[in-house]
Design a protein around this ligand. Structure first.
Ligand code: UTP
Length: 301
């Protein structure tokens, strides 16, 4: 049993079947996960983070209208041939980052958007009897050591379930799943409960869960029996809360890094600025522009 708890995490689920309504009309025809921060789609950041953490099998839970995502990880023979002909080695190299080993990537359909918990459950047969990671691509995390890698290292010590968590202002807690803390050990927190989108006055702490998880197969079993929770959706949080009650083996993990909520417009814009400024080829021009904008605004005030 203990051996099973500390099995290596090599599978990751990417739930990408949501409707992305906060980005309408764009998401009428473009999957949210294909929208770009500078020149890379959100999904590429999540894949790179998973790879750095040692993930070998990538499971996408998709839905109708997401075929652009599947194409993104396919070969692009026409573009590649043209770049080769023109000797554009640097661009060919950039394209290479999107290569996936044959058989490493699997797509499962979620026929109806019944919630994140339901999307994760759709991947149950591919996950089998192993611990697995879940990454929500609209949470983009800038970090020296990628967030999931930090979590995999912590998991090698703790086993069980780990959810990424960060402190948020109390009045913002109702937008998140929130942890009820049993013992605070610094970066790790042992958890005695978890509530999805609590009223601000009822939030058990201000430690909010964000879109990175390492979970045991038992969580899939809880999802199997789940009925819709907050917002009429089948909530992953409810299944994790049940696992806390059953096994007492759930930890919150304060990751080191900056998380951007790219599922919201304001978060997406902030991430665009941060990732633009982080790029050597863009920094100077972009910084000058932002500086000029700020000066103009101040003058206008
Ligand atoms: P969100 O709560 O951000 O929902 O889902 P959404 O549909 O993507 O976007 P909005 O709120 O309508 O703008 C969080 C993550 O869970 C996935 C989403 O694709 C996203 O990665 N999800 C959500 C599913 O895969 N299926 C669902 O039924 C719901």
């Amino acid at each position: 049993m203990v051996k099973n708890m500390k099995r290596k995490v090599t599978k990751a689920i990417f739930p990408v079947a949501g409707l992305g309504t906060r980005f309408l009309p764009a998401t009428k025809s473009i999957p949210k996960e294909i929208m770009t921060l500078v020149d890379r789609p959100l999904i590429q950041y999540a894949i790179d983070e998973a790879r750095a953490a040692g993930i070998k099998e990538f499971i996408f839970v998709t839905s109708r209208g997401k075929s652009a995502l599947e194409d993104y990880f396919d070969h692009a023979p026409v573009i590649e041939a043209e770049l080769k002909r023109k000797g554009k080695k640097d661009l060919l190299q950039i394209l290479k980052a999107t290569d996936m080993e044959s058989g490493a990537i699997a797509y499962i359909r979620q026929q109806r958007a019944l919630g994140l918990g339901h999307a994760v459950w759709c991947a149950r047969r591919l996950v089998g009897d192993e611990p697995f990671a879940v990454l929500l691509p609209d949470d983009v995390i800038a970090a020296e050591k990628p967030c999931l890698q930090q979590m995999v290292e912590a998991h090698a010590e703790t086993g069980g379930n780990i959810v990424a968590a960060m402190e948020v202002p109390h009045d913002k807690a109702s937008a998140y799943g929130v942890l009820d803390i049993r013992e605070d050990m610094g970066s790790l927190v042992s958890v005695k409960g978890m509530v999805e989108k609590p009223k601000a006055s009822e939030a058990p702490s201000n430690l909010a869960v964000i879109g990175r998880y390492i979970l045991t197969p038992q969580v899939m079993e809880h999802l199997h029996r789940k009925k819709p929770g907050a917002g009429g959706e089948i909530q992953l949080t409810d299944a994790i809360a049940e696992e806390i009650r059953r096994s007492n083996n759930v930890f919150g993990f304060r990751f080191r890094g900056q998380r951007f909520d790219c599922g919201s417009k304001a978060g997406f814009l902030q991430a665009t600025v941060a990732f633009g400024l982080a790029r050597d080829d863009l920094r100077d021009e972009f910084e000058q522009f932002l500086f000029g904008m700020t000066a103009m605004r101040k003058a206008a005030e």
